[in-house]
Design a protein around this ligand. Structure first.
Ligand SMILES: [Zn+2]
Ligand SMILES: [Zn+2]
Length: 152
C-alpha cells in the first residue's frame, strides 16, 4: 500500500491553519458532551480524535485558550487566530496527546466513534449515541492513554 494514503489533511475555515495527520496512528475517537466543549464549539458536542502529537504535522500558529477541566486538569483549546475555528485541544498534563476536532478534516468519512464523554450534560436536541460506550462524566481512559503512551 502507498504510504501517502495514510495521511489525512485538515484546515481551519480561512486556511491560515492546515495540518496533516497519520490516520493509522489515531488512538480513538469520541463525542464529548461536556459544557466546556458545548460552549467552545457552540454546538451539542465536540467530536475529537486522540492522536500522539508527533503524528500531527501542523502548519500555522494556533491561539490557545486554557480552562480547568472537571478532573482538575488544564485543557488548552487551540483556535485559528484569524477565523476562530477550533482545530485541536490537549490537556496540559498529557501534552503529548492531541485531541483533533474531527470536523476540521477535509475527509472524515473513515472515522469510527468509540465512545461518548459527559453524557450527563448532553442536550435532548443532541442525544448521545447509545449504541456505543457512554461515560456519564470524565472518562477514565485518559489514564489508560498514559499507559498506551509508553509504547510510543
Ligand atoms: Zn483560519
Ligand atoms: Zn468536552
Amino acid at each position: 500500500m502507498n504510504k501517502e494514503s495514510n495521511f489525512e489533511s485538515g484546515r481551519c475555515q480561512c486556511g491560515d491553519i492546515t495540518y496533516t495527520l497519520d490516520k493509522n496512528k489515531v488512538i480513538s475517537a469520541h463525542h464529548c458532551h461536556c459544557k466546556d466543549c458545548q460552549r467552545t464549539t457552540g454546538s451539542g458536542k465536540a467530536t475529537i480524535l486522540f492522536i500522539a502529537k508527533k503524528y500531527v504535522d501542523l502548519n500555522g500558529e494556533l491561539k490557545f485558550f486554557e480552562s480547568k477541566g472537571s478532573s482538575g486538569s488544564h485543557v488548552r483549546r487551540g483556535f485559528c487566530p484569524n477565523c476562530g475555528s477550533g482545530i485541536l485541544s490537549y490537556s496540559k498534563e498529557i501534552s503529548r496527546i492531541l485531541y483533533v476536532k474531527a470536523g476540521t478534516l477535509d475527509d472524515s468519512s473513515w472515522i469510527t466513534i468509540d465512545s461518548n464523554f459527559f453524557t450527563k450534560s448532553a442536550n435532548n436536541w443532541n442525544k448521545p449515541d447509545e449504541s456505543i460506550k457512554c461515560f456519564e462524566g470524565n472518562p477514565s481512559i485518559i489514564s489508560g492513554i498514559k499507559t498506551i503512551l509508553k509504547s510510543f
